[in-house]
Design a protein. Structure first.
Length: 283
């Protein structure tokens, strides 16, 4: 039986202010050290342990490790199968920006519990991690970050700032819908939408989702897919369709289209040739 393979990867995400770390530890142990950033660790498999604030803490799948900037800790596997986890390192500057968008305040939070068990919240952070690891729209990354951090802080953070609950913002949501539909193929930031609506970014996202049923980045993706789907009825090359409708490349277009419709753009365009039974629908 092969022994578990150790690995470690550390890289800058596609959102400034966040580094990503992906690792499986088996024999390697991190000596006492600290980070300038907030550490949000997502425990995936096996078991790990770390010394922090005078105690030893154990990490299991489904749990988070939450370590504040400048606090000393260690890290190592606590089982023969090793410990697999992912970390997001978020700078204090970016956390200040996120707090401003969430509540209008700049009082930095701290995490009081080093390990929390929350599989549902892990799903959000796994999606965020994947989005930060590959070509993804800035609007998507910003929206997922705001959603993840807001829920993490509301449940496990200590701060004197309060996140406002959304109220109906019909005029603002109507304005943003129209803007996203008109600019669906363009790079859009959450700051642009917030300025248009005269609302804070997080409040806008929550209000929009409450009234539309989708956050703004998913609403934009919907329109990209719908327009691209219409273009598949033409003879344009798939790479050209992908570029025209805001996808990074044909591979990105294929992946997103199949996730939404269950088949690739090529299979939708040529169902008989591809051996698929597909009925074209009006969109």
């Amino acid at each position: 039986m092969n022994a578990p393979v150790e690995f470690a990867q550390l890289w800058q995400s596609n959102l400034p202010g966040i580094e990503l770390f992906n690792a499986r530890l088996v024999h390697h142990a991190f000596a006492k050290h600290m980070h300038e950033e907030y550490t949000i660790g997502i425990n995936q498999a096996g078991e790990g342990c770390f010394s922090y604030r005078g105690n030893t803490w154990h990490a299991y799948p489904g749990s988070f490790n939450l370590i504040n900037p400048g606090e000393v800790h260690t890290g190592q596997a606590a089982a023969t199968a090793g410990w697999t986890f992912r970390n997001l390192y978020i700078t204090v500057t970016l956390m200040e920006q996120v707090l401003t968008q969430l509540s209008g305040g700049r009082s930095l939070p701290h995490f009081s519990a080093p390990v929390v068990h929350d599989p549902a919240l892990q799903t959000i952070f796994h999606t965020l991690f994947r989005s930060l690891s590959k070509p993804t729209s800035l609007l998507t990354c910003q929206s997922l970050l705001l959603e993840g951090i807001s829920r993490l802080l509301l449940q496990y953070g200590v701060s004197d700032q309060q996140v406002r609950s959304p109220k109906p913002e019909t005029r603002a949501v109507t304005l943003i819908r129209a803007y996203l539909e008109a600019h669906y193929a363009e790079p859009i930031t959450i700051e642009t939408l917030a300025q248009l609506a005269s609302l804070s970014p997080y409040y806008l996202i929550r209000s929009f989702q409450q009234q539309v049923g989708l956050p703004p980045h998913q609403y934009q993706r919907h329109w990209q897919l719908m327009h691209a789907k219409r273009s598949l009825r033409t003879t344009k090359p798939l790479a050209e369709i992908a570029a025209e409708h805001g996808f990074y490349d044909q591979s990105h277009f294929n992946r997103i289209f199949k996730r939404a419709f269950g088949i690739t753009p090529g299979q939708y365009r040529n169902p008989i040739h591809q051996g698929n039974s597909v009925q074209y629908e009006n969109v």
